[in-house]
Write a protein that binds this ligand. Structure first.
Ligand SMILES: [Zn+2]
Length: 367
């Protein structure tokens, strides 16, 4: 995620903190200490840190269960509105998704229970404000927050944990796309409620609502796309009429092709075959940093991804997303067969949709 910094690893999982999180800490510290003095300010800031430590344990829970099911966790990011665990891919088996989702809220309940056993009989449970008068208020507040986190996360608003449980349950009866569409619909209805209810009561809820609404929408798109892409071999969607570049071509040559052709990514062919891929972003940033006369070889991506023409398009798409690439090259027996970019995938589906609508099954000229 942009604007986040890596702060280390837990169980081999990258822990990242979004820069806006520090804004939250600063805001809490500044507002409390200006009203109640330095000590109160520090206490409140420490309290926020303690809450987010619990959030991290919650996210580690999701990640470790996902790892148990063979889905490698990528990173955990802390945002001012909560934590986000990124896993290479969610398992499609409903029971596994339900287990991964449920562990998070369960961990918060366990933390609340442990704190209560250790100190709760003296301090009780409270829903804290930002002003903490004593160590007792700190602990009782933390118990309250953990119960709140568990309950809030179980609200069936996709992509929160409750929404994932809901999709898992629906997916035991329906196909995956249908289950996702339903769970996303319910989630977006709940998030619209958050947005408006938040406007009347607490803006924080509005921000969370917007975040959930957008998150649910993009999950739905991903799932629908994945199901469309499955069973289509890469060879069918690849661009076979492409322009290639040589390593000693200049960026001006590349820009010329980019400007006058409709190609975004160019394979770079050396004496013994393909040596790199020059993407649109690399052309533009290369011109900016090195000028028009720089050779293509200086800015091309040497760690390009190759796939076989028989690989499923859903796998190709996953590789593109996982390696953060905009194009892969299709190679068979060491020979370059074509190139697949995100643009060729969407073009393929445009053509498919158009063909479905026609009554003739003849050849449609595409130029
Ligand atoms: Zn969670």
């Amino acid at each position: 995620m942009k604007w986040s910094i890596s702060v280390g690893k837990i169980f081999g999982i990258n822990l990242r903190i979004h820069l806006t999180f520090f804004l939250l800490l600063f805001f809490v510290f500044a507002s409390v200490s200006s009203e109640r003095g330095l000590k109160a300010g520090l206490m409140s800031t420490l309290f926020i840190c303690a809450i987010f430590a619990c959030v991290v344990i919650h996210e580690v829970g999701h990640s470790l269960i996902a790892r148990r099911f063979g889905k490698e966790p990528r990173s955990i990011t802390l945002l001012p509105i909560g934590g986000m665990a990124e896993v290479e891919e969610m398992p499609k088996k409903p029971m596994q998704e339900i287990a991964i989702a449920l562990i998070g809220p369960l961990i918060n309940l366990v933390i609340a229970g442990l704190l209560y056993l250790l100190a709760g009989s003296q301090v009780g449970i409270s829903l804290p404000g930002l002003y903490l008068e004593s160590a007792g208020a700190f602990v009782s507040g933390l118990i309250g927050v953990n119960i709140m986190l568990a309950v809030f996360n179980l609200i069936p608003a996709f992509p929160m944990d409750g929404g994932r449980v809901l999709r898992g349950i629906l997916a035991t009866k329906l196909d995956y796309v249908r289950a996702t569409t339903l769970a996303v619909g319910i989630g977006q209805a709940v998030s619209i409620f958050f947005i408006f209810f938040g406007l009347l009561s607490n803006l924080w809820l509005t921000i969370i609502g917007i975040f959930l609404y957008l998150g649910a929408g993009s999950e739905k798109q991903q799932v629908i796309l994945q199901s469309l892409l499955a069973n289509v071999p890469a060879g069918e969607a690849m661009t076979t009429e492409y322009t290639s570049l040589k390593p000693d071509n200049s960026l001006a040559d590349a820009l010329e092709h980019f400007h006058h052709g409709n190609q975004q990514d160019f394979p770079v062919i050396g004496d013994y075959g393909i040596v790199g891929v020059l993407t649109r972003d690399r052309i533009l940033s290369g011109i900016h940093t090195r000028g028009l006369d720089a050779p293509v070889s200086e800015v091309m991506d040497r760690e390009f991804v190759t796939v076989s023409p028989r690989m499923g398009l859903d796998e190709v798409y996953k590789r593109l997303m996982a390696d953060k690439k905009t194009a892969v090259v299709v190679v068979e027996d060491g020979r370059l067969e074509g190139i697949i970019g995100l643009d060729s995938i969407s073009r393929y589906f445009m053509i498919k949709t158009a063909l479905k609508g026609t009554t003739t099954d003849g050849f449609i000229p595409l130029s």
